[in-house]
Design a protein around this ligand. Structure first.
Ligand code: GDP
Length: 610
């Protein structure tokens, strides 16, 4: 490699903090820090990293170089600095003082329904809607646009009707708080379940009030008192027990108690004093979005302030366009939509990203410029993600920097384990690691595999995920990559504790990293004489190779670990099978296979010590 000019080691570095974009190349970083690209490349070579002058660098590489020459830097996402400028162009920044806020009119509350699967979220949302639908003008047909509004005693309530907390947390991860109140649905017969706890944690993390809908009260085996106890155990002490949590007994099936629920929601809304102006350019949040063959990109947005009108230029992330039509949840075309009103917007250039903010721009030119600039930075950021993924994330490392800065550091953790016993054991042992200067905060603890929900919650709350005898599924892994969430999985408790303790000491340097090389789903299990169980699989990603290390997952939990003993396609022994193909996998001594199990092959790669 040609390495021309070389800056003397004692050459001065820029004074103060230099802002450096993630994924910068040596060519960008060098000159910013009064060095040449060659200096950066040469230094990284010494560290065992072979990079070229035009290659994107990982955060670690950039930080290491800055530390080496004694420069102070602040890493920002590509486009982050420009975003400030874009927001200025959109004239978004405006201080809302208390006096201004209080002069605004009240707005309808926005409700998200969360709870354990099958506890009746969908039924509740449907029933509330059907019982309270306002007869639309001329022939409106109920539409599922991702949110709807009902009117009760002349006051509107908006429900975001994407059941499950994915949408809720995806939004929060992007900094958009669309929900004012969470309705926590708990089935009176089933009680508080893992996803109920998850929902509570999501709502708490967002600091949103919770109203409990104790559903299925019609069931014979409903046990309201037991549920109250369970709620109290989770710090949701019911009002009738002297606490502050509103618990409404209801049956979504028989339409019992739902009026009561709505009335309570209005009471909470009043206490929250929710207000918004309907004047000025509209802004809000994208709830969902898709590409419609006939209508082009369709986005459901929730207006949060101002009034959105047909014909106005709108920007949402990198999408923009003039509003061609606004369609409400009753299928009516309207000319405008005010605060807390969900509407479908037609006319955007591409599907907007759920959770992104939308705003009406001062004019078309500004809207187009903002969108295209964001598009550019989105591409740059993607390059950076790749560089970052290559080097592996390092969220836990931040903790030491905080400790060193003399702050009381808090390490945010999400802990997932295979069974309650190990979850308790892990948590208890972790608690013992707490010191005066380092606190642990358990954002969420749960039993089961690591899911997209966990990743979203981690991204929203800046947490690291620890898995004990559990693994992330493929979707979770992919999301973790894009959201920069660090997942650490363990099968030995002291290894886990050692890692966290080391992180607190600034010594976090895992020696091995497991890289998943292939994934297959068991479709059928065959018994073959002398060989035993053989799993008929479909390879869903990567490559399955004979002799590679493998683990078996059932519902995200590791049930067996070993090696692939035989690998066949039809009758032939093969060395490897790639994604999209079927194969037969034999395992040395594991017989307890079931269809639906996931086979994950992996390699252990040594991470070079720096
Ligand atoms: P989700 O997964 O939380 O959205 O739950 P669903 O709304 O799909 O409800 C799951 C099942 O419980 C469905 O079969 C519903 O009909 C039933 N269900 C919902 N609410 C009630 C209720 O209040 N009482 C009874 N008995 N069944 C209900």
């Amino acid at each position: 490699m040609d390495l021309p000019s070389y800056t003397p080691a004692d050459a001065p570095v820029p004074a103060g903090t230099v802002v450096v974009e993630r994924a910068s190349t040596p060519q960008d970083v060098g000159p910013k820090l009064n060095r040449t690209a060659a200096d950066v490349v040469r230094f990284l070579m010494q560290q065992g990293e072979m990079v070229t002058a035009t290659q994107s660098l990982s955060d670690d590489m950039i930080e290491l170089f800055a530390a080496e020459i004694g420069a102070e830097i602040r890493l920002v996402d590509p486009g982050e600095e420009q975003e400030v400028e874009l927001q200025r162009l959109l004239e978004m920044d405006e201080d809302v003082t208390d006096a201004i806020y209080e002069a605004w009119p009240h707005r309808p509350p926005v409700i998200t329904v969360m709870g354990h699967v099958d506890h009746g979220k969908t039924k509740l949302l449907d029933q509330i809607r059907n019982a309270n639908v306002v007869a639309g003008e001329a022939g409106g047909i109920t539409q599922h646009i991702g949110a709807y509004q009902v009117v009760r005693d002349g006051r509107a309530i908006t429900f975001v009707d994407t059941p499950g907390h994915e949408a809720f947390t995806a939004m929060r991860a992007r900094g958009a708080d669309a929900t004012d109140i969470v309705v926590l649905v708990v089935a009176a017969d089933d009680g508080v379940m893992p996803q109920t706890v998850e929902a509570i944690n999501h709502a708490r993390a967002a600091e949103v009030p919770i109203v409990v809908a104790m559903n299925k009260i019609d069931r014979e085996n409903a046990d309201p008192n037991r549920v109250r106890q369970q709620l109290a155990d989770n710090d949701l002490v019911p009002e009738d027990w002297g606490g502050e949590t509103i618990v409404v007994e209801c049956s979504a099936l028989q339409n019992i108690g739902l009026d009561d629920l709505l009335e309570n929601l209005l009471v909470v809304a009043e206490l929250e004093d929710l207000r918004a102006t309907d004047e000025g350019r509209a802004s809000g949040v994208v709830l969902e979005s898709h590409l419609d063959i006939g209508r082009g990109p369709v986005a459901t947005v929730l207006v949060q302030r101002g009034t959105l009108r047909v014909g106005e230029p709108v920007v949402a992330g990198a999408a923009w366009g003039r509003v061609r039509a606004l369609i409400t949840d009753t299928g009516e075309q309207v000319r405008e939509a005010g605060p807390s009103v969900p509407v479908q917007v037609l006319g955007l250039s591409e599907p907007a990203v759920a959770g992104n903010r939308f705003v009406v721009a001062p004019d078309d030119k500004v809207a187009a410029k903002v969108a295209s600039t964001r598009e550019h930075w989105k591409r740059v950021a993607n390059l950076g993600r790749e560089a970052h993924a290559m080097a592996g994330g390092a969220k836990l490392e931040d903790i030491f920097t905080q400790i060193q800065a003399g702050e009381t550091a808090t390490l945010n953790l999400i802990v997932k384990a295979d069974v309650t016993g190990s979850l308790e054991a892990v948590t208890e042992s972790l608690r013992k690691l707490e010191r005066d200067d380092v606190k642990l905060s358990f954002v969420h603890r749960g039993v089961g595999g690591i899911t997209e929900n966990d990743i979203q919650l981690a991204a929203a709350s800046n947490a690291t995920i620890l898995g004990f005898n559990v693994r992330p599924d493929r979707k979770a892994r992919e999301l973790a990559d894009t959201e920069h969430v660090e997942i650490r999985t363990y099968e030995i408790i002291y290894k886990l504790l050692e890692d966290i303790e080391n992180a607190m000491l600034g010594l976090l340097a895992p020696e091995f990293e497991e890289v998943v090389t292939g994934e297959a789903e068991v479709r059928e299990v065959f018994r073959v004489p002398r060989i035993g169980a053989v799993a008929g699989c479909m390879v869903t990603s990567g490559v399955i190779t004979r002799n590679s290390k493998v683990r078996f997952l059932r519902d995200g939990t590791i049930i067996w670990k070993g090696a692939v003993a035989s690998l066949r396609r039809f009758k032939d022994d093969v060395r490897e099978v790639a994604a999209g193909f079927e194969c037969g996998v034999g395992l040395s001594d594991f017989q307890d296979l079931k269809s639906g199990d996931i086979i994950e092959t992996f390699e252990e790669r040594e991470i070079p010590r720096i």
